[in-house]
Write a protein that binds this ligand. Structure first.
Ligand SMILES: [Fe+2]
Ligand SMILES: [Fe+2]
Length: 159
């Protein structure tokens, strides 16, 4: 695992495209666009926003990161592939369990390293009490909450 400061040639968006190209181009990942996450934001839009926000936060901090893992773990953190709003959903306790589904789906389709696995599995901290092991996981938990809050608020402003 190599951690360093981000290459200044990358914006947060271009870093996501650079490190996540194979995920973003995958037909399986395209399915995330079929499911709504919050408000009128699809799961795919949410995951991409979270990845860009993770990079934007990390690049401002005086620490080194694996930006590749930060992008990939963020892109895949909600790769659960079902509609969690449906009341007849067979998946129970979405808030507690979706990270495990996302990790299983991600590991079946992509090469996932230990940092990315930790990010996906533990991104719901503190809803799930498993402590993040890596600094990339901590950044994801923060970026996810910021984006989720914004997406929920933007829905309210539309009503
Ligand atoms: Fe999530
Ligand atoms: Fe999320």
């Amino acid at each position: 695992m190599t951690r360093k400061k981000i290459d200044k040639k990358y914006s947060s968006k271009s870093a996501v495209i650079h490190y996540g190209a194979d995920i973003l181009d995958s037909p399986d990942y395209a399915k995330c666009a079929e499911f709504i996450q919050h408000g009128n934001t699809s799961v795919r839009e949410h995951e991409i926003s979270v990845a860009m926000t993770s990079v934007a936060i990390a690049r401002r901090l005086p620490f080194k990161f694996s930006f590749s893992s930060l992008v990939r773990g963020s892109l895949l953190h909600d790769f659960f592939l079902y509609d969690w709003h449906k009341t007849d959903n067979t998946v129970r306790n979405h808030a507690q369990n979706h990270a495990s589904y996302a990790l299983k789906n991600a590991a079946e389709r992509f090469s996932i390293n230990p940092i990315e696995a930790d990010m996906i599995k533990k991104h719901m901290f503190p809803v799930n009490l498993a402590l993040p092991k890596y600094r990339e996981t901590v950044i994801l938990t923060i970026a996810d909450k910021i984006c989720s809050f914004k997406e929920t608020l933007s829905r309210k402003s539309l009503q």
